[in-house]
Design a binder for this molecule. Structure first.
Ligand code: COI
Length: 354
């Protein structure tokens, strides 16, 4: 892929690296690639970061023809910049996109685009412990058309944002509320995709949880409201009786990269992992009898987010004394250790940007 680069003549002042928040600051450049039916992908370019110009009738604005990815670049102590399993994101944007009838983006274009943009923005990769450069690739249907059908034109865009922790709690355990009114996804729908619409429909439950004094919600399956799906914007894992259990990839949950990473690491430690249905009743029982030892969310943004309190139908369970569990901490240290180049990458997950 031939990428033209137009450098910004007006670079921004860098933010306070110790106070980045999440998704607040954006770098000086962005990557754009166009798609036209009958022609394919064309005009790969890195241009100064700025407003997009799209027609008000662009299909993304009306029918949410949009999918996205979330990944990060990490600065190592010896001055390298690493990506973590980018090929997984390249694959997933296509599995998301095909559900929305969007064109396939060659995986090598995806990885090349991310590498090229991060390389241009190397001095935006934060160096402080726990910080990284969040990468947001996304694809939108741009054709001006109000009939409901596939878009004939698209843009694939990558933007970058230096970030700290996703939740202000950081690694402190969060309080979670089991949501039994709203659902996030149903089998046959878009639950397994990373499409904007899934997230738009989830926001109401987040505010409800906040009002009740919780950080996020635990989503249940959309049919029986009985089995656990996800937590907030993350996959979820429970340590029960020395085993780690996590919802199976049923079609309604996202196949998370961090989820897969945790499973592989746990198996390498000989920790039994079960991917299966988990009912709220089972959790309630395990919480009451003390066998629910740890619970945590897994995602690119937060990495590992320990759950200290779980409210199930009004009953407030405290997990692990409300503190981060040993296994959750070890997973966090191992994953971030590999990502920041501090631990040996025995799995071959990191790729250097150069
Ligand atoms: C992630 O954890 O990677 C996410 O997808 C969260 C994002 C929606 C901010």
């Amino acid at each position: 892929m031939q990428i033209t680069i137009q450098k910004s003549t007006n670079p921004k002042a860098k933010p306070d690296w110790n106070n980045l928040g999440f998704g607040v600051y954006y770098t000086d450049h962005m990557f754009i690639l166009d798609y036209t039916e009958g022609i394919g992908w064309h005009d790969a370019r890195i241009v100064p970061y700025g407003d997009l110009s799209i027609d008000p009738a662009a299909m993304v604005l009306h029918y949410a023809i949009e999918v996205f990815e979330g990944m990060k670049a990490y600065y190592t102590e010896d001055g390298r910049v690493l990506l973590f399993r980018p090929e997984k994101n390249a694959k997933r944007i296509n599995s998301s996109g095909s559900r929305l009838c969007m064109p396939e983006l060659p995986e090598e274009y995806f990885v090349e685009a991310v590498k090229a943009l991060v390389n241009v923005e190397r001095d935006w990769v934060p160096k402080q412990y726990g910080t990284s450069l969040y990468i947001r690739p996304f694809m939108i249907g741009t054709e001006p058309h109000l009939g409901v059908r596939k878009s004939k034109t698209y843009q694939f865009i990558v933007i970058l944002s230096p970030v700290g922790a996703y939740y202000p709690e950081g690694l402190d355990p969060v309080k979670i509320y089991v949501e039994d009114e709203y659902v996030r996804a149903v089998k046959g729908g878009t639950g397994f995709t990373k499409c904007g619409g899934n997230y738009a429909a989830s926001i109401i439950a987040q505010y409800k949880a906040k009002e009740l004094g919780y950080t996020q919600v635990l989503w249940l399956d959309g049919v029986e409201h009985k089995y656990v799906d996800e937590v907030g914007t993350m996959n979820v894992m429970f340590k029960i009786n020395d085993k780690v259990v996590t919802p199976e990839l049923s079609g309604s949950i996202l196949p998370g990269v961090t989820r897969d990473t945790c499973i592989q690491i746990l198996k390498s430690w000989d920790v039994p992992v079960e991917e299966r249905k988990i009912s709220v009743e089972e959790l309630l029982e395990a919480g009451r009898n003390g066998s629910l030892e740890e619970a945590f969310g897994t995602g690119t943004a937060a990495v590992i987010s320990p759950i200290g309190h779980l409210n199930i139908y009004g009953e407030d369970l405290t997990i692990g004394g409300g503190k981060i569990g040993e296994l959750s901490q070890k997973l966090y240290d191992t994953i971030t250790g590999i990502q920041w180049g501090k631990l040996k990458d025995n799995f071959g997950w990191t790729i250097e940007v150069k």
